[in-house]
Design a protein around this ligand. Structure first.
Ligand SMILES: [Zn+2]
Length: 317
């Protein structure tokens, strides 16, 4: 069974953010020499889950040095403002393109409300609280930060979003990859390992940049990735190749759909093609669910990925 908190060794704890359902979105607590950092925050509703963990371990909130969302999408950074209120010593480390959205979140909020409606937005995300500019530090490509004796190295990784960085933890030789190294829901893991899915959500999906970012992360020769969706995966090289294969297939699928579908039907046509493609891969992978169950599990990602591909076709392809 899934649990809310799991110790992954090397002073790393995986926390279930509680967003929508179990094992959908994670954040991570890192420790070294009694200093702590959080990578990803979940939503505003995740703040009490994180604070309860700190209390249960007798961690003083003042020991929290850094809050580090990989990018400003709300399943990763929605809880930042609420957490920063509870963690008065913490500095927010953020991609240079994301900083202003944390300081003035009106645009982020409006974007989410436009997609979900006010009520649904509140149910999923709670609220978005601004962070004082004096508490924000922008991390440049290849810049390092110390947490106790541990070294974190930040890499600019566009492709999923232009405000996305990944964090290489040298102590565990693992990379906190946000959405850059795709998704792998534990429920879909088979004897062949995790079932990898790329995430091409709107509005900044760029296939060449995403493949380049994945290659760059693999070139660091990490032992594992800590995915936000969801958890730790080992043996990264073949997993990265699976992602790159799928990104190429997604591009071909999107272009084929544009040839055959009207503008009004384009999103639906891409969803259908992506779903067929992904179900076939799941069968080969040995996922134990029926096609109907699989369709339910991947439905949200198929829709979001199709929407991102539509935006890409309209703007970049
Ligand atoms: Zn995400």
């Amino acid at each position: 069974m899934s649990s809310l908190y799991e110790d992954l060794g090397h002073g790393i704890t995986r926390i279930d953010t509680g967003m929508i359902q179990p094992e959908l979105a994670a954040c991570y607590l890192l420790e070294s020499d009694s200093e702590y950092a959080l990578i990803e925050t979940g939503t505003q509703h995740t703040v009490p889950i994180i604070m309860a963990l700190l209390a249960s371990r007798n961690i003083d909130p003042l020991q929290l040095r850094y809050v580090i969302p990989t990018h400003v999408h709300l399943d990763h950074a929605g809880g930042v403002g609420g957490l920063m209120q509870q963690l008065p010593n913490a500095t927010l480390l953020i991609h240079p393109r994301g900083a202003r959205h944390m300081i003035e979140p009106d645009k982020l909020r409006a974007g989410a409300v436009a997609v979900y409606g006010e009520q649904h937005f509140r149910e999923i995300y709670g609220d978005i609280i601004p962070v004082a500019a004096t508490r924000v530090r922008e991390m440049q490509d290849a810049e390092q930060m110390k947490l106790g004796r541990r070294t974190l190295v930040f890499y600019d990784t566009p492709g999923h979003a232009r405000h996305h960085f990944c964090v290489h933890d040298l102590q565990s030789n693992g990379i906190f990859s946000g959405d850059t190294f795709g998704l792998a829901y534990p429920v879909l893991t088979s004897d062949k390992g995790p079932f990898m899915l790329p995430t091409t959500t709107p509005v900044q999906f760029e296939p060449e940049a995403l493949k380049h970012s994945i290659q760059r992360l693999l070139a660091l020769k990490p032992d594992c990735f800590y995915l936000t969706h969801y958890g730790k995966v080992g043996n990264p090289q073949p997993l990265g190749q699976q992602l790159i294969t799928q990104i190429d297939a997604y591009v071909a699928i999107a272009q084929d759909a544009r040839q055959h579908a009207s503008d009004a039907d384009l999103e639906q046509a891409i969803i259908q093609r992506l779903t067929t493609y992904t179900l076939a891969r799941a069968r080969v992978h040995g996922c134990r669910q029926t096609d109907g169950q699989l369709q339910q599990i991947i439905a949200m990602d198929m829709r979001l990925n199709a929407q991102g591909l539509v935006v890409w076709l309209q703007t970049g392809a």
